[in-house]
Design a protein around this ligand. Structure first.
Ligand SMILES: *[C@@H]1O[C@H](CO)[C@@H](O)[C@H](O)[C@H]1NC(C)=O
Ligand SMILES: *[C@@H]1O[C@H](CO)[C@@H](O)[C@H](O)[C@H]1NC(C)=O
Ligand SMILES: *[C@@H]1O[C@H](CO)[C@@H](O)[C@H](O)[C@H]1NC(C)=O
Ligand SMILES: *[C@@H]1O[C@H](CO)[C@@H](O)[C@H](O)[C@H]1NC(C)=O
Ligand SMILES: *[C@@H]1O[C@H](CO)[C@@H](O)[C@H](O)[C@H]1NC(C)=O
Length: 946
């Protein structure tokens, strides 16, 4: 059962459990992560408190006024005043609104209509009046009965000034026709005309000299004003039809900022069919007079007087010139106080919350890069973890992490009452954050393929986070607010996800800020269609980017992931015919390589022939068949290309352990890398359990175990957790899994003393090695590669490990590289000595020793004077003896086996001992080491061996 490859869901489950355990270990980091938004929110609340307390000061409080200051501090304040100064009016309660004399809206002197080339109506004054500000205020009249119209319009503009009674200023102002060129505001609690720099005009049919007066009035103890009253001539112009009036108003309208093109006309009246029994009138008024900050309805505040003016004129026509009717006051309704609010959190929210959300990015990125840097991803892949489950679980894992993070953030922000969260529709927030965190994770996956070092990735990611926040807050926002900046460019900028995020948060903050200040709602779905609201574009951009980035990241991952062997167009490969997975026939290329074969040693040639036969008649019991495997690294920087592996042919049956010996740089690692799918062979191929390594690596992975040269372990997982994870990947379940893990732990001596449950990061080098070996063997893989498994082990552990491997090799094929001859001898059934990219010899250890040894090594140590005697002794034993080593009295000789009998040697030494002192001597059979050195030296005559 364990041999069946694990299903998608089994793999996903294994990875998920591993990640959860990993996460459990990371509690501290997670708490720190979640604390970040909490702290930021708290900081915002504190800042808000500070602002509120500042706003609550005496000078901002309604009805209080500082009456005595010392320097900057107020030492005495007086309260109970209704509205102490102009700044307080907007926020204070106004139970008794002041009464204002109703005014007409009149154009400012420099804009009043005059005759020009563009405005060629004869009865307007000459443009010269603009120079001294004496232009008349023009009103246009029309109607069916002109004589009737003239009378009424004549009544509208008085010919004399009614003096102002200083104790009843507003009332007596109403006896005149007063107007102002100032713009109204969005409330009329204070009529701006009485507080503006511009004078109040009174219309008169003819202005006399001394026509400027001054009025003063008192609103409260704190507010008293003096205002100039200036005469303006009222010019009545009769037109024959309403369309003439219309035309003139239209042409007078300000089209540019050129003063001579502006011809403002105060109002137009059409008396229609009115007569002595019926009054029917329509009035043109200009609603465009408004301050930028206000809303459109504002100018209406000055319409009542223009209606009243014409009604009074008609009544006067009916009742006679002595009739006096006054429209004395207008006043706002009373209002309660509206405290000053300044929602700092909403205002700063954009920047702060951008940081909070961007925080997640480095976390996903570094975690992905960590697995890449530590080569854990490849390790998992080599043990059968497919790309599908890896992507699904990693993605899901980051998504879950992000969602939890965002939930904490929004809930906490809402709980402490930040308007940013509470005022905007939660469903919009959810959609926005959800799309963004998905985009962010996809980006992390994409960028993870660029980085290979966690430190670089972390530094760059954090620079990105803070840089993005600052750029967005201080540059991008500036463009967004600048209405003249082309919207198209803003959208281009929003293609950068950090800016898109900022834009979304900015919109939320704008809605909550305005909502708080004006008492309106925050953002609702309906608001998305507002032209000013950038949320809709942001959502679309982010969604499209998410899909694109995710597909691209997956594509790049497939392309770059060292474990896969795919061309940039691998997607199209799907549609091509699949190559047969069975063994291929030896190709014609083989004939050419015969030339090369001639130079090979007979044992190597024999192996090559065996492989060729095997390829013709596939036999299942061959676990590994390498067919003329070659690896050539292309030449770089003018260096010639390097042949790392030159046509390796090798067949390994089930149950064999093959040892690969060879000096450093001989190409062993290149060979292993091809076999485990890290690199692609330049030519030739290998079949593992009948599957071609060029095309079916994924299938091979399910029955493969690797013990890499450097331990690839998760520092924070325990040994047991490692084995559980890899066991699950190999489709072990339930009790089989626990048993396998325990057995495995026991076999590598990691079971007792709680070692199994210690974190791998705390293991010694030897323990890590043993764990790596255990990992490579768990789940009963059919083929195992071990790269120097016993390096760094103490002799006891090494023996232990050897026993494990010996037991393990019984039903699987193991390829083992080592530098320890002892290990090779103990473990391997066959050995190959690999030098300069090709096998120099192959055979079992005994054969090799026999073939390449064939000598005894005789060592003798005497005093320097007796050296000659020793040499003579050896010559007597064997004339073909060969001195291989000589240093101050110690000499080593090679004695051909066929020349000497061991007994003769002993006898000779006994005799020699009588004639001179022998401090030490020895006779040894050739060791594998001697074989190795010999073979290597023969193959690399110019190389110095290390
Ligand atoms: C026009 O109005 C004047 C003044 O009220 C009146 O005397 C005259 O009869 C009116 N003309 C017409 C045609 O109604
Ligand atoms: C001015 O107004 C006050 C109060 O309405 C009134 O008592 C006084 O008679 C007025 N004076 C004149 C000269 O009309
Ligand atoms: C518009 O409002 C500003 C500030 O409230 C004021 O200074 C300015 O005079 C106003 N403009 C006009 C034409 O009233
Ligand atoms: C109406 O008011 C606007 C704003 O001051 C001005 O530009 C325009 O010329 C005025 N129209 C007329 C016909 O006076
Ligand atoms: C007032 O004038 C309008 C437009 O000329 C006209 O349609 C309407 O009938 C008139 N009203 C009366 C009561 O004559």
């Amino acid at each position: 059962m364990a041999n069946e490859p694990a299903s998608f869901w089994t793999q996903a489950n294994a990875l998920l459990r591993k990640n959860l355990t990993f996460q459990k270990r990371n509690v501290k980091t997670n708490v720190r992560l979640i604390m970040f938004p909490f702290l930021l929110c708290l900081l915002l609340v504190l800042l808000q408190r500070l602002v509120d307390s500042q706003l609550d000061k005496a000078e901002n409080k309604c009805g209080c006024e500082c009456v005595r200051r010392e320097g900057d501090t107020c030492v005495e304040e007086e309260c109970g005043i209704e509205h102490s100064d102009l700044d307080q009016v907007t926020t204070c309660a106004i139970p008794n609104p002041p009464e204002w004399s109703p005014l007409l809206q009149v154009p400012a002197p420099q804009y009043r209509a005059v005759r020009t080339d563009n405005f060629p109506f004869n009865d307007y004054p000459n443009a010269s009046c603009r120079r001294n500000g004496s232009c008349p205020v023009t009103m246009l009249f029309t109607g069916t009965n002109q004589s009737f119209g003239e009378i009424i319009s004549g009544n509208m503009i008085p010919s004399s000034f009614t003096a102002i009674n200083s104790s009843a200023v507003m009332a007596s102002l109403a006896a005149n026709v007063a107007g102002s060129a100032s713009y109204t505001e969005n409330t009329n609690f204070l009529e701006p005309a009485f507080f503006s720099d511009q004078p109040i005009y009174y219309l008169q049919s003819q202005c006399t000299q001394n026509s400027t007066f001054s009025i003063s009035f008192e609103l409260s103890a704190a507010i008293s004003r003096e205002q100039e009253l200036v005469c303006a001539e009222g010019l009545r112009l009769w037109r024959n039809s309403a369309s003439e009036v219309n035309n003139e108003l239209y042409r007078g309208y300000r089209k540019s900022n050129l003063e001579e093109q502006i011809q403002e006309i105060a109002a137009g009246y059409d008396f229609l069919n009115s007569n002595g029994r019926m009054f029917n009138v329509s009035i043109w008024y200009n609603s465009t007079y408004k301050n930028d900050t206000g809303s459109t309805e504002i100018a209406l505040a000055r319409i009542p007087r223009s209606v009243n003016l014409v009604s009074d004129a008609y009544l006067q026509f009916l009742l006679g010139p002595g009739t006096k009717m006054f429209f004395e006051f207008v006043k706002e309704m009373p209002k309660p106080s509206t405290p000053i609010k300044f929602d700092l959190a909403s205002l700063l929210g954009g920047l702060f919350f951008t940081w909070v959300i961007l925080q997640l990015f480095p976390i996903a990125l570094t975690s992905l890069v960590y697995e890449k840097q530590q080569r854990l991803r490849i390790m998992m892949k080599m043990h059968g973890l497919g790309d599908g489950p890896y992507w699904m679980i990693s993605y899901g894992y980051f998504l879950a992490l992000s969602i939890v993070y965002m939930l904490c953030f929004v809930i906490f922000g809402s709980l402490i009452g930040l308007n940013f969260f509470t005022m905007n529709d939660y469903s919009i927030q959810f959609v926005f954050y959800f799309i963004y965190i998905n985009l962010q994770i996809a980006l992390a996956f994409l960028l993870a393929s660029v980085f290979s070092n966690v430190k670089t990735a972390t530094v760059i990611a954090y620079i990105g986070v803070f840089g993005t926040g600052l750029l967005a807050g201080f540059l991008f926002q500036f463009f967004v607010q600048d209405t003249s900046f082309p919207r198209g460019w803003i959208i281009v900028m929003e293609l950068y996800p950090g800016f898109a995020l900022y834009r979304g948060l900015y919109e939320f903050s704008q809605y909550s800020f305005n909502g708080d200040a004006l008492g309106t709602d925050g953002m609702r779905w309906g608001d998305l269609s507002d032209s000013e609201n950038g949320m809709k574009e942001v959502l679309i951009i982010m969604f499209v980017e998410w899909i694109l980035v995710l597909s691209f990241a997956y594509y790049i991952d497939q392309l770059l992931s060292t474990g896969s062997r795919k061309s940039p167009l691998f997607f199209f490969k799907r549609f091509q015919k699949k190559p047969d997975s069975s063994f291929r026939k030896p190709s014609i290329r083989r004939q050419k390589s015969k030339v090369f074969v001639q130079m090979e040693k007979p044992d190597v040639t024999q192996e090559r022939e065996r492989v060729e036969n095997l390829l013709l008649e596939p036999t299942i019991n061959q676990a590994i068949v390498c067919d003329d495997l070659r690896k050539v690294y292309p030449g770089r920087d003018g260096n010639p290309e390097k042949l790392a592996v030159r046509g390796l042919s090798l067949a390994l049956p089930q149950g064999e352990c093959f040892g690969m010996l060879g000096p450093n740089g001989a190409g062993k690692t290149s060979f292993i890398n091809m076999m485990i799918g890290l690199t692609k062979p330049t030519s030739g191929t290998a079949f593992v359990e009948g599957l071609d390594i060029r095309t079916h690596m994924d299938g091979i992975y399910t029955s493969m175990g690797v013990c890499p040269q450097h331990d690839l372990l998760w520092e924070s997982l325990t040994g047991r957790e490692h084995l559980l994870f890899y066991g699950r990947l190999k489709n072990l379940k339930g009790s089989a899994l626990t048993e396998a893990v325990e057995e495995s732990l026991k076999s590598v001596n990691l079971f007792y003393g709680g070692v199994a449950d210690k974190k791998a990061g705390k293991y010694s080098g030897g323990m890590k090695r043993r764990l790596s070996v255990a990992i490579s063997l768990i789940g009963d893989p059919k083929v195992v590669y071990m790269d120097e498994p016993s390096t760094g082990l103490d002799p006891a552990s090494r023996n232990n490990l050897w026993n494990v491997v010996k037991r393990a090799k019984q039903d699987r094929a193991i390829i083992l590289t080592t530098h320890s001859m002892e290990e090779a001898e103990v473990l391997c059934d066959r050995l190959g000595i690999f030098v300069d990219g090709s096998l120099q010899c192959i055979g079992n250890p005994k054969e090799l020793k026999g073939r390449y040894g064939g000598t005894y090594v005789f060592t003798m140590t005497t005093s320097v004077d007796d050296e000659k005697a020793v040499e003579n002794l050896v010559r007597r034993l064997s004339p073909n003896a060969n001195k291989i080593y000589h240093i101050s009295g110690t000499q080593k000789f090679e004695l051909p086996k066929e020349d000497v009998k061991i007994a003769d040697v002993f006898k000779a030494v006994e005799t020699a001992k009588r004639s001179f002192t022998v401090s030490a001597w020895g006779l040894a059979d050739t060791t594998l080491e001697d074989v190795f050195i010999k073979v290597a030296r023969a193959a690399q005559p110019f190389d110095t061996l290390s």
